[in-house]
Design a binder for this molecule. Structure first.
Ligand code: ADP
Length: 482
């Protein structure tokens, strides 16, 4: 059994903006089930404080003259102990975890997450008298990047793991911020926190963590190349002995078409005929023509370039001329929201766009759709293709990152040996997207083959148990080396 301090800036169901929350809400539960002693450290945002019922104050301190308390509670629906970093000046304000109500990054993000990191470091070193010392400190994404860097300056410290969920977000700030945060001078150099004259939070993790992981094996290779490495590829190459990819799992209780409370009609592998009842229900809900035979393509996503919005928009006119209905749920960059909404107004029978964040609707779209669109330019792991597989909704994806690791393209051989579970674009272009969608639509007309693809998709093992076993093996390896 190891003692693990798991640090994340979001965790489902307390607070979520993306896939990181799903991981931080599930992996600790799976680790606990596997007899690990785990504490989840999370900022006390207002949404989080609203949801907790029982809690107790465990420690009081301050950083940068801002008072802070550590509050202990449980992750809802589990026995995982959560320690909330309750620093009202940093976290208790209306808006998102990283952005203000207008969608602009908080001006003081560096300070906010430096406070979070200092609290983590002090807990890891036993300075807050919590009667619990971790063997492993597991950090996630740039918001936690200072933790491995600061711990590395200590002689007697726990081992550190840093997981990259998305290398595109690095926590870059000017040099003055480094000075203002009073970070130790010995961390300011090109093999440390400095990134071309700027302060890089993520480099704290990449340069100083004992082990680095990413959320899929393919992404772990891709980030060594300039195309996906954002200037950090050389550093990662130097550290490649300590870099590995562990595929995310999914919360199989929450994402289970057989028990999903959000669905009009539950279904499983043996009752796949019932799936289309969800389609006609969604058509009615979203005022699309009611027709169970028309293929429906779904998408639930942050509306940003990464998720393939450029090639989707380039192909849209042609796509909407095909016999399909397209349902998109998302929020993101304003220009994408506007373009998609305009197209939906022009093609009300073909395209429905819902701008917003809606957990329940996302389940109904997964169940209603026949295909799922995810032509990402890069994808560290991707969760929605996994949910789609579980719901017998065949993913149409680019051949990158976690998409490449989880989707097997339907071709003659893979259909014959029953390994096919989706469709992969030959290249990242609008033309390839249309070709692939047409290929999927053609196969949809062969119900026996389509059914086999759905059954293969729904039979895949994407449980957190498998991922948790890999993480535990990694923890044990590090501790042995230490
Ligand atoms: P990323 O973390 O890059 O955004 P992932 O596929 O790893 O992408 O995870 C995204 C998660 O956020 C999924 O659980 C997805 O269903 C959810 N999600 C994204 N946008 C929305 C939305 N508008 N409404 C509901 N859920 C959403």
């Amino acid at each position: 059994m190891s003692k693990i301090l798991y640090i994340s800036s979001e965790a489902f169901p307390l607070i979520k903006t993306g896939g990181l929350a799903d991981v931080a809400g599930s992996l600790p539960v799976a680790l606990l089930k596997n007899s690990q002693d785990i504490r989840l450290l999370l900022p006390a945002y207002p949404e989080v404080l609203k949801q907790i019922s029982k809690s107790k104050k465990r420690a009081v301190t301050s950083y940068y003259n801002l008072p802070l308390e550590i509050i202990e509670t449980r992750l809802p629906g589990s026995n995982v102990i959560v320690w909330l970093v309750d620093c009202p000046a940093a976290f208790n304000r209306p808006g998102g975890p990283y952005s203000d109500p207008q969608g602009e990054p908080w001006q003081d993000n560096a300070l906010r997450f430096a406070i979070f990191c200092h609290a983590a470091v002090d807990i890891a070193l036993g300075k807050l008298q919590l009667d619990w010392l971790p063997d492993i400190v597991h950090c996630n994404d740039w918001q936690t990047g200072l933790v491995p860097a600061l711990l590395n300056l200590q002689s007697n410290r726990p081992a550190t793991v840093f997981t990259i969920h998305n290398l595109a977000y690095q926590g870059l700030f000017d040099q003055q911020t480094f000075v203002d945060l009073e970070l130790p001078d010995e961390l300011w150099h090109m093999d440390g926190l400095e990134f071309y004259g700027q302060l890089s939070f993520i480099k704290g993790g990449l340069a100083y963590a004992d082990e680095i992981t990413t959320v899929s094996p393919t992404y772990a290779h891709e980030i060594l190349e300039p195309e996906y490495g954002y200037g950090l590829n050389d550093l990662l190459k130097n550290r490649s002995q300590h870099l590995s990819g562990i595929l995310n799992g999914i919360d199989e209780k929450h994402w289970n078409p057989g028990t999903d409370q959000h669905l009009i009609q539950k279904y499983n592998r043996r009752s796949l005929d019932n799936k289309s009842i969800n389609k006609t229900a969604l058509q009615q809900e979203l005022s699309l023509p009611r027709d169970s035979s028309i293929p429906m393509v779904g998408m639930i996503s942050r509306l940003v370039e990464q998720k393939g919005l450029e090639i989707i928009l380039q192909s849209m006119e042609t796509l909407l001329g095909l016999p399909v209905q397209l349902v998109i749920l998302g929020t993101g960059e304003q220009h994408y929201e506007t373009q998609l909404s305009k197209l939906a107004q022009l093609h009300p029978d073909r395209l429905k766009v819902v701008i917003g964040y809606d957990e329940s609707l996302s389940h109904r779209i997964e169940a209603a759709s026949d295909m799922y669109l995810m032509p990402s330019t890069f994808e560290p792991c991707g969760l929605n293709q996994l949910y789609s597989l579980r719901y017998g909704t065949l993913p149409i994806v680019t051949n990158v990152g976690g998409l490449a690791d989880t989707v097997t393209d339907a071709n003659e051989i893979s259909i014959k040996n029953e390994s096919a579970n989706g469709f992969i674009l030959k290249e990242n272009s609008a033309e390839a997207l249309l070709t692939t969608i047409k290929r999927a639509l053609a196969l949809y007309q062969t119900p026996e083959v389509w059914r086999q693809l759905q059954i293969t998709a729904m039979s895949g093992d994407f449980s957190w148990q498998t991922s948790a076993e890999h993480y535990i093996a990694l923890y044990q390896r590090i501790l042995k080396q230490a």
